[in-house]
Design a protein around this ligand. Structure first.
Ligand code: TXA
Ligand code: MG
Length: 323
């Protein structure tokens, strides 16, 4: 069902679920201080495990009530909030955020989103809102309200229409609890931008595809097969074969008679990020078994785009029992 701003904030305060637009992707929000409401997120998404979620708040001042702002966190917040950056901090013991939302960790992930409707909603709710991307587990993140309605058809989720999202990729997640910033998830804020602000290098856990999805103590919840369309992805393709779809990038895209989607004909990484999930969805809907993906540069937003494509291409986890 579609809702208004007033009905959406009322519903969140009453423990219901509301999908809302942020500048990155649509989030499936619940009152983070209400354990039952947070549990409903996992049920509706059909997540196989309880990963720690991101808490959305309307300001850095409110974030500081839930997490400890290290000097590093403070500089990141000053530079990038509101915006597509999530900062992992030590969790304050008196924070009312439910343990399920943080998966029982001593740390908490906080973000002030850069979308006027999201900020208005968060101010009205007046509680931290836990919100993973508004898609079923393992599926592509939604960048329009129509995508969200498809994901949760017939389920008890209110959708607050907020237009197409402008960034198109999830937020960058940085652990700022230690002396050195750790890049846990590349996203809408580039490593280059973070390093320019901090003046120090950001460390990144290995991007080796064999290791993606291996349990890492500091980034729980990074499943290998996240962001996966139904079709298989063939990366580093120089052309698409008969029967394949083509996910292209740049002006030198090969000609293809099957379904073809160019992330950015001009080779602009910002445009490519915006169109990535919508493009994967569109190609997937054509019913092909394989999507051939052209190489994407790995600098700036290309780092996050490549990360999502590698996850989408990773072998699927087949649950051994119903979840
Ligand atoms: O752009 C976004 O960030 C979107 C929109 C809706 O805001 N939200 C989103 O949330 O992507 P979610 O829950 O799907 O992403 C949570 C990410 C995971 O990679 C998780 O491992 C990490 O944040 N995370 C959360 N809490 C953490 C913690 N305490 N320590 C380390 N990583 C954490
Ligand atoms: Mg997600």
């Amino acid at each position: 069902m579609d809702g208004s701003m007033a009905s959406a904030s009322e519903r969140l305060r009453a423990g219901g679920l509301v999908a809302f637009a942020t500048e990155t992707v649509y989030g499936l929000g619940a009152d983070a201080t209400n354990g039952r409401a947070v549990a409903t997120i996992f049920a509706v998404k059909r997540r196989p495990s309880f990963n720690p979620l991101i808490m959305h708040v309307p300001s850095a001042e409110i974030a500081a009530l839930h997490g400890v702002m290290s000097p590093l966190a403070r500089r990141l917040a000053d530079a990038f909030w509101p915006g597509p950056l999530t900062i992992v901090m030590q969790r304050r013991s008196n924070s009312a955020v439910d343990d399920l939302a943080t998966a029982g960790l001593a740390t908490i992930a906080l973000r002030v989103p850069g979308h006027p409707m999201a900020l208005e909603l968060l101010r009205a709710v007046d509680r931290p809102v836990a919100a993973p991307s508004a898609n079923r587990s393992g599926r592509v993140s939604p960048t329009t309200a129509a995508h969200v309605r498809q994901e949760f058809e017939g389920m008890d989720v209110m959708v607050l229409e907020g237009g197409a999202t402008v960034v198109g990729l999830e937020s960058t997640v940085i652990d700022a609890t230690g002396p050195v910033p750790l890049l846990l998830r590349p996203g809408g804020v580039t490593r280059e931008a973070v390093e320019a602000v901090l003046g120090i290098a950001v460390e990144r856990p290995s991007l080796d595809p064999d290791e993606i999805g291996a349990p890492r103590p500091n980034s729980p919840g990074q499943l290998a097969s996240h962001y996966a369309p139904r079709a298989r992805l063939r990366l580093e393709a120089t052309e698409a074969l008969d029967g394949e779809a083509l996910l292209a990038f740049g002006p030198l895209a090969p000609a293809h008679t099957g379904p073809s989607y160019n992330l950015s004909p001009s080779g602009d990484l910002i445009e490519a990020a915006t169109r990535l999930f919508a493009g994967l969805r569109w190609l997937d809907a054509s019913g092909v078994a394989t999507i051939a993906v052209m190489p994407i540069p790995t600098h700036d937003l290309g780092e996050a785009i490549t990360d999502r494509l590698q996850r989408a291409a990773a072998p699927r986890r087949v649950p051994s029992s119903p979840v």
